[in-house]
Design a binder for this molecule. Structure first.
Ligand SMILES: NC(=O)c1ccc[n+]([C@@H]2O[C@H](COP(=O)([O-])OP(=O)(O)OC[C@H]3O[C@@H](n4cnc5c(N)ncnc54)[C@H](O)[C@@H]3O)[C@@H](O)[C@H]2O)c1
Ligand SMILES: [Zn+2]
Length: 350
């Protein structure tokens, strides 16, 4: 598979001639979205596509996690088939991570795979979930348990669409962005933490900068390890072992993904100090910052339940949970961590 082209600029969503160039030879496009994103941006993108000469076949998925199930995928594939779309057509996914995950999945299996373009409309989507090619749906047994690797040909990040984001979606995206800072680029961590209020207020230039840096890191890492078999891609999971556990324990949709990651990073910073030599002063300073971000902690989360969920994490090996830890900001390593160490870190934070 090839690296996705990355476009970050104001109103780029309205310039499909640019980002659809070279994607497919057909003029037929499946435009896939959900009600929230469609209401705000759908008709603009649809019109721009039509003006550029494309024939648009629109399909709306259910909103949020409801997009990520077999029925929703079957409906979308049915729409595409009824429209007579061939293997030379392309799919454009317009929405948050739930739309790009589900629509990307449909693109990967329709007629054994067609090209697609991701147009993420959430901050999390633009800097992380809208690129890298992990597509998928949820099963009754848990989130993201069925899916494919199918990279979009292009990722179209328009800072203008983020103006309407609610605060919690912004926190969720910035939480994931802080991860990129801690793991790969300490200067990015410093930039986000020192401009937090402006970023929360939606400052367009700063937000675009954060999107650009994180998306560039994600692409760089995915290029080295597309299927998470060689190591580098695992590093993107800093804060995610316990973050995912908390997300599941809270119940689907209760915590935003990045909110859970913020919490998971607090635990990972403690473990990094204990196990990987991260300096106490930095661990404490970073924890102090993360603890000031308003993240709703679900009440009565049982530490032992989080531990059990951490063991189900795909990184667990031989009964010991695996964590991405930091020797120092920008110097990550994957290490196994004992149950008692995990429980201690969790109890200190809950
Ligand atoms: N594939 C990956 O690598 C990857 C990585 C992380 C997360 N994910 C997945 O991403 C999903 C979460 O995505 P998400 O956080 O983007 O949320 P989402 O797609 O569920 O969207 C959240 C809400 O925001 C609304 N919305 C979308 N754009 C908006 C805008 N510009 N202004 C106002 N409201 C807007 C939507 O209507 C929706 O109600 C999860 O399913 C998660 O598993 C995937
Ligand atoms: Zn994440």
């Amino acid at each position: 598979m090839t690296t996705e082209k990355l476009y970050v600029s104001k109103n780029i969503r309205l310039k499909p001639r640019l980002w659809l160039r070279d994607v497919s030879s057909s003029k037929h496009i499946a435009l896939v979205s959900e009600a929230g994103a469609w209401r705000r941006f759908g008709s603009g993108v649809e019109k721009a596509l039509k003006v550029a000469g494309y024939k648009v076949h629109r399909h709306l998925l259910p909103s949020g996690e409801a997009a990520k199930n077999w029925d929703a995928i079957a409906d979308l594939l049915g729409t595409m088939l009824a429209a007579g779309l061939g293997r030379d057509c392309a799919l454009v996914a317009l929405g948050g991570g739930s739309v790009t995950d589900a629509a990307g999945f449909a693109a990967s299996i329709y007629l054994r795979g067609i090209p697609w373009v991701s147009v993420p409309t959430t901050l999390l989507g633009q800097l992380d979930s809208g690129l890298g090619g992990k597509t998928g749906i949820n099963l009754a047994g848990g989130k993201n348990l069925a899916g494919t690797f199918h990279r979009p040909r292009a990722v179209v990040c328009d800072p203008a669409v983020l103006a309407t984001l609610p605060d919690r979606e912004r926190v969720s995206g910035l939480g994931e962005a802080l991860k990129y800072g801690l793991v790969f680029e300490p200067a990015l961590w410093a930039m986000i933490t020192s401009h937090w209020d402006e970023l929360m207020a939606g400052d367009p230039a700063l937000t675009a900068k954060v999107v650009e840096r994180c998306a560039a890191w994600k692409r760089h890492i995915v290029d080295q390890d597309e299927r998470e078999t060689k190591g580098p891609r695992e590093l993107l999971n800093f804060g995610h072992t316990l973050g995912h556990a908390l997300e599941s324990a809270a119940g689907l949709g209760v915590l935003r993904h990045g909110e859970a990651v913020i919490w998971g990073m607090r635990a990972a910073l403690r473990l990094s100090h204990e196990r990987a030599g991260l300096k106490a002063a930095f661990a404490a300073e970073a924890d102090r910052f993360l603890s000031t971000i308003p993240v709703p902690l679900p009440r009565r989360v049982e530490p032992k339940r989080l531990l059990a969920l951490a063991h189900r994490d795909k990184k667990a090996r031989g009964g010991r949970a695996r964590f991405v830890l930091l020797h120092a900001p920008g110097r990550p390593a994957v290490m196994t961590v004992s149950d008692s160490e995990i429980l201690r870190a969790v109890r200190e934070i809950l």
